[in-house]
Design a protein around this ligand. Structure first.
Ligand SMILES: Nc1ncnc2c1ncn2[C@@H]1O[C@H](COP(=O)(O)OP(=O)(O)OP(=O)(O)O)[C@@H](O)[C@H]1O
Ligand SMILES: [Mg+2]
Length: 311
């Protein structure tokens, strides 16, 4: 081994490329790996060593292998793994850095790097990258995500940022407001929410624009029946049933993304979380000490600007 080589370790995600055999493929400009001849992928049980080839079709920041290798080595689909290699280069970008370079998360959302990577992989990537690339991977289009966590942890901020990045004006519904309608109208309201997307799909097929529906406090609409009390009535049941029916109908619509938020996951009817409905449940946690610094970098300049304007 050359003296100037250093061992580098980073966390990265695995993708699939059927044309890759007995080695892994890496983008030629991938700062960290492009100098490496071999990489080691660390799984929970073992470490696997692969030869590296450079392929410009691979997304920078990820490693591509094929399904045969995935099965042989029990590596899970689209999951972050620690990867180490010997390289001449100093560590450069993590997957998050690469995503951030394009979308500038760091100026809007502090910390949450692994959570944003997860959202990127499940929600943004399948909608931002060409279908030809996505079809080569096992990434599936997530139709719905549920963000849960304590108040103020940034759930609405994440939902807003996803809409900004996808350049979609979302329909935002606050769960409890649905029940302010006249009898029978709540169900109609839920039907109407999905109607525009349905029409678009009919008229434009796979060229239809993306529709995002954000349900804040979705627990109000889909209350856990096991925890229900006397306050729960027919209207609640009908509205829950209507929403579940619309979500089931989304199977035929490729043009809707549903984002739900809630403070208490347990208060949601488990029927909403069954496979095929809201597929991805993501916990948004309170920031730890390491995250607080980036957070203050986002908010303090704003506070200072307001203060100086007031003086
Ligand atoms: N990680 C973060 N980075 C930057 N700002 C944040 C972050 N988390 C929260 N904030 C800020 O804190 C405030 C509250 O966040 P937000 O409204 O998204 O929380 P929430 O989880 O939706 O709360 P609730 O459950 O009460 O609706 C917002 O001004 C948001 O910009
Ligand atoms: Mg909120």
């Amino acid at each position: 081994m050359n003296d100037t080589m250093v061992k580098l370790v980073t966390e990265t995600s695995l993708y699939y490329d059927e044309n890759v055999t007995n080695y892994v493929a890496i983008h030629p400009e991938d700062g960290m790996f492009s100098q490496a001849k071999q990489v080691k992928i660390l799984s929970k049980h073992d470490t696997f060593e692969f030869e590296v080839i450079l392929k410009s079709t691979v997304t920078p920041g990820v490693i591509a292998l094929n399904h045969f290798q995935r099965r042989k080595y029990h590596l899970k689909k689209y999951r972050s793994y620690f990867v180490s290699c010997y390289s001449y280069k100093t560590p450069s970008l993590t997957l998050f850095d690469i995503i951030n370079e394009r979308f500038n998360f760091k100026n809007r959302i502090g910390g949450m790097e692994s959570l944003l990577e997860e959202i990127f992989g499940n929600v943004l990537l399948p909608r931002l990258y060409p279908q030809s690339f996505v079809a080569k991977t096992v990434i599936t289009k997530t139709r719905g995500i549920l963000l849960h966590g304590s108040p103020g942890t940034g759930k609405s901020l994440i939902a807003r940022t996803v809409c900004d990045i996808l350049k979609v004006n979302p329909k935002i519904i606050r769960g409890p407001e649905i029940f302010s309608f006249m009898l029978g109208q709540s169900e109609q309201y839920i039907r109407d929410l999905f109607e525009e997307a349905r029409q678009d799909q009919q008229n434009f097929g796979s060229n239809s624009a993306l529709h995002i529906i954000v349900f804040d406090e979705i627990d109000a609409v889909c209350k856990n029946r096991a925890q229900s009390n006397s306050l729960r009535d027919n209207v609640h049941d009908n509205v829950t049933a209507q929403l579940l029916a619309e979500i089931d109908g989304m199977i035929y619509l490729g043009n809707i993304l549903l984002i739900g938020t809630t403070n208490i996951l347990e208060s949601i009817d488990p029927a909403l979380l069954r496979p095929g409905r809201i597929e991805k449940v993501i916990k948004v946690e309170l920031p730890n000490a390491a995250v607080k610094q980036p957070l203050s970098n986002i908010h303090i300049p704003f506070v200072l600007t307001v203060q100086s304007a007031l003086i």
